[in-house]
Design a protein around this ligand. Structure first.
Ligand code: NAP
Length: 237
């Protein structure tokens, strides 16, 4: 048993995180006695504390791109295993992780949540990308835009739509949307709270990506229960 623990303690693991699954993985690995660091991009002002250590910010620097920077960080800090547990739509960091693992020859693993599957009662309009999701919104709709703040510009041209924007933090810039209101805070994990929100804002459509996982599924269940259309962007991987 003691030998087993020593073997486990020998390696250093870097988790590329920013998701609930990454936080759960860090907690599990720390509980098993591993030396774990989670890397966050730094998008959330006050991230929840994580088991093990946390480092924040991208890996690119003046002369190195992100993949090279990550490979350099891994070898400099003696990591022996890299786990990509980032969000399924965080595609750049996942590409960087593959390349960094190749450059450094480190043990590499991808933990990717499966996408949600359409089920009976779902009224999904499935599209391939954000531009198509914007174009699928009917004029006069009241849309819950359940996307990261960096994707909002795509919808700027839709001045014929009222947007309800949910964000964890107050945005640092004025949103480029003619007609919108903000709902600050994390999305509730329970369907009943999502139903209340959708009704109280008079939402007629949801726009989101097929992220998968439990955390963001309540809005899909709430939409099903209210018969609301969900314009959902599929994964391209
Ligand atoms: P992205 O487009 O794939 O990454 C853009 C750049 O951000 C990367 O090139 C990297 O910079 C830096 N970066 C991203 N994730 C990082 C991490 N875990 N640690 C250190 N640097 C990271 O990513 P994104 O879509 O902006 O997502 C950023 C983070 O938020 C991810 O960690 C993801 O798990 C989390 N997240 C994303 C979403 C989403 O909808 N995309 C939703 C929930 C959570 P350098 O090239 O300088 O290294």
């Amino acid at each position: 048993m003691a030998r087993n623990m020593t073997e486990k303690m020998a390696g250093k693991i870097l988790i590329l995180g920013g998701t609930r699954e990454a936080a759960e993985l860090a907690a599990d690995l720390v509980a098993e006695g591993h030396d774990v660091t989670t890397s966050l991009a730094g998008r959330t002002k006050e991230p929840e504390p994580l088991a093990g250590q946390t480092r924040i910010g991208g890996f690119s620097s003046g002369e190195m791109d992100g993949a090279e920077g990550l490979a350099c960080y891994l070898s400099k800090n003696g990591f022996t295993r890299l786990v990509d547990a980032t969000h399924p739509f965080a595609m750049q960091i996942s590409r960087n992780a593959v390349e960094a693992a190749r450059l450094s020859g480190i043990t590499f693993e991808v933990r990717r949540r499966p996408p949600w599957k359409r089920t009976e009662g779902d009224n999904w309009i499935e599209v391939d990308d954000l531009d198509a999701s914007r174009d699928a919104i009917p004029a006069g709709a009241r849309v819950l835009l359940a996307l990261g703040s960096q994707h909002i510009d795509t919808f700027a041209a839709r001045d014929d739509v009222h947007f309800i924007i949910r964000m964890v933090d107050q945005p640092e810039r004025k949103l480029p949307l003619a007609d919108h209101e903000l709902v600050l805070g994390k999305p509730p994990a329970d369907t009943a709270s999502e139903i209340i929100l959708l009704k109280s804002y008079g939402v007629t459509h949801i726009v989101c990506r097929n992220s998968g996982g439990k955390g963001a599924y309540a809005k899909i269940e709430a939409a099903r229960s209210l018969g609301l259309p969900v314009i959902i962007v599929g994964r391209q991987d």
